[in-house]
Design a protein around this ligand. Structure first.
Ligand SMILES: Cc1cc2nc3c(=O)[nH]c(=O)nc-3n(C[C@H](O)[C@H](O)[C@H](O)COP(=O)(O)OP(=O)(O)OC[C@H]3O[C@@H](n4cnc5c(N)ncnc54)[C@H](O)[C@@H]3O)c2cc1C
Length: 326
């Protein structure tokens, strides 16, 4: 059942027609609880509230399926505006971006030039830029972009996804970077990635421990309290100072725990997605934890405007599950 739900929402996350439609709907289906608005002003207001609570932020200008140069250029301009807004508003925030949004699927050098412009402006204001990691098809090229730009910039870092067999080699190679370590959010093939949750969890812990002991700065990005408690014990046992790591969670998830970690004196950073292109991001969140369906179900029954879309999705889901059983 859990796998069926996961596969279903993963499948939906890649649906280009629904993705285009969602841009016109505005924030719907419960996405407003986990996306900090569609405009820069709305996003800034959310970040100010988090900063007031001692929480730093990493800002993601949402966007997927970019195959036109004009769209990638628009995304670049928007990210440059976000950098300006961070500086002007003196926010405790940095940038997270996806290479595919900036044209990786169109042309490597075009994407590299877009990234370079962003990283140059960010460097001027001493703002860090994280290259988020997407699916396996884009993995090596994303590392290549990092390598290319590292020659001239030190304000960049990336993500290690624990489900990949190669993750341990990557973490060793990039140990001198600020790295975010995650379990991994995409559906990957068994030839390149662990499929079993226990194996992923075990590898995740091993990667975190390795980078905490040997790496520059570690962002432990998870909502998993077992992992968080393990890290708390591990850093204590090995005398790793709090300046060497932070916890990260996504906007709108486990907010109580986010504040508790700050109160306990840990560095904490919330990943703040915003923008009209919320659909793929939101579907991946529904895929990774069946309980996140609460976000959607509450909306389906509370808001008339979402009823048709919601019922359609639930019917589709039930239909697929019945077919599988039959
Ligand atoms: C800040 C951040 C940045 C990320 N960046 C990337 C990226 O660049 N590339 C990428 O592939 N992936 C990224 N991810 C997603 C990541 O790979 C995982 O898919 C996602 O975080 C789910 O895994 P998890 O570690 O949170 O725990 P899970 O394995 O989903 O959950 C483990 C356990 O934690 C508890 N739990 C989890 N969520 C909740 C909740 N909401 N409420 C209560 N209990 C809960 C439950 O007990 C659950 O069984 C990012 C995640 C975060 C937090």
């Amino acid at each position: 059942m859990e796998n069926a739900i996961r596969d279903f929402f993963m499948h939906l996350s890649q649906n280009k027609v629904l993705n285009q439609g969602a841009k016109r709907w505005g924030l719907k289906l419960g996405a407003q609880h986990v996306v900090a608005g569609t405009t820069i002003d709305e996003m800034i207001a959310s970040i100010k509230k988090l900063n007031e609570k001692g929480i730093a932020c990493t800002i993601d200008n949402l966007g997927e399926f970019v195959y036109e140069k004009v769209e990638a250029t628009g995304a670049k301009e928007q990210i440059l505006n976000v950098i300006e807004a961070i500086h002007t508003n003196n926010l405790d925030a940095h940038i997270s971006l996806k290479p595919s949004q900036l044209g990786l699927d169109i042309d490597y050098h075009f994407c590299r030039n877009n990234l370079k412009e962003i990283v140059t402006k960010a460097k001027k204001y001493e703002i860090f830029v994280n290259f988020d990691m997407e699916d396996h098809a884009r993995l090596q090229q994303s590392f290549d972009l990092l390598d290319d730009l590292s020659a001239d910039y030190d304000n960049i870092g990336t993500v290690i996804q624990a489900y990949f067999f190669r993750a341990i080699e990557d973490i060793k190679q990039y140990k001198n970077y600020r790295l975010r370590i995650v379990k991994g959010a995409y559906k990957e093939d068994a030839t390149v990635a662990y499929q079993d949750k226990n194996e992923i969890d075990q590898n995740y812990i091993e990667l975190i421990e390795w980078h905490l002991l040997n790496g520059k700065f570690t962002s432990i990005a998870t909502h998993d309290h077992y992992v968080i408690n393990h890290v708390k014990d591990f850093v204590k046992k090995h005398g790793i100072p709090k300046e060497k790591f932070e916890f990260q969670m996504l906007y709108g998830f486990r907010e109580e725990m986010q504040y508790e970690l700050v109160i306990d004196g840990y560095n904490f950073c919330t990943y703040v997605p915003f923008g009209e292109d919320w659909y793929g991001y939101f579907m991946r969140r529904l895929a990774e934890r069946p309980q996140n369906l609460n976000l959607l179900v509450k909306q389906v029954f509370n808001k008339k405007t979402n009823t048709i879309i919601g019922i359609g999705i639930v019917a589709f889901l039930l239909g697929r599950m019945t077919k599988r059983k039959g």
